[in-house]
Design a protein around this ligand. Structure first.
Ligand code: FMN
Length: 203
């Protein structure tokens, strides 16, 4: 099959793309509006991209009507956010938080999640998640216009909080205990319960 994006509407291409680029890690992003109301939504166009400075990115595409998502509007004005990492145990509340709640309703309350006090940012973290990354905005790059156009948010990681309960005896994150999930296409997800090692080659 050959897929040419210029021969189909963006939402058709999007459907193919999300089945091809898999599995995607999920940033569960908390942010606040100017009144301090805490917003929460999952974003799977997400990755860590550098360690000097420690940097991550995620992309929030515009809604079907071309409008910006609340997360983008909040980060544009408040310039800070928290990325919470999604474990299998968080799957239902994470999914619920992706619903199109009104801007003046906090997903923390709607999804019965607990706010944790962050140290470097005013934005709360999700206590039910095992890893939280406090971030300041580095920059937002807008690519395209209208429906499904990307707003790529680059964040400087100021602090990472890892629940001691998911560490192994050497103090590293134990993937079995973290139990992250990945996003596929449609409404499908993958787990990280089956893993393997391949040592890097030396020439
Ligand atoms: C697992 C999952 C991953 C998602 N990934 C993205 C994404 O990468 N980019 C995006 O724009 N929307 C993504 N969404 C949809 C947003 O979470 C959804 O549009 C949400 O309502 C946005 O909330 P906000 O307006 O409060 O920011 C995803 C949804 C789910 C369930």
């Amino acid at each position: 099959m050959i897929i040419k994006p210029d021969e189909m509407p963006p939402h058709h291409f999007y459907r193919h793309m999300v089945w091809c680029i898999t599995p995607r890690p999920i940033a569960w992003v908390s942010s606040c509006n100017a009144d301090g109301l805490a917003n929460l939504a999952p974003y799977s166009f997400f990755n860590g991209i550098g360690a000097n400075p420690p940097t991550l990115m995620f992309s929030a595409v515009n809604r079907r009507d071309g409008s910006k998502k609340d997360t983008v509007a909040n980060i544009e004005t408040q310039k800070e956010f928290v990325v919470n990492i999604v474990s299998h145990a968080n799957r239902e509340s994470m999914n619920l938080s992706s619903a199109d709640f009104p801007s003046d309703e906090s997903e923390f309350d709607a999804c019965k999640l607990t706010r944790g006090d962050s140290e470097y940012v005013k934005v709360p973290y999700v206590k039910e998640a095992s890893i939280h990354m406090e971030c300041s905005l580095n920059q937002i790059v807008h690519l395209g216009e209208g429906s499904l156009a990307a707003n790529v948010i680059f964040g400087n990681i100021l602090k990472v909080h890892i629940d001691d309960a998911i560490l192994d005896a050497d103090g590293a994150v134990d993937p079995e205990k973290l139990d992250t999930i990945g996003r596929l296409g449609g409404s499908s997800y993958s787990r990280t319960t089956e893993r393997f090692d391949i040592p890097r080659p030396t020439l």
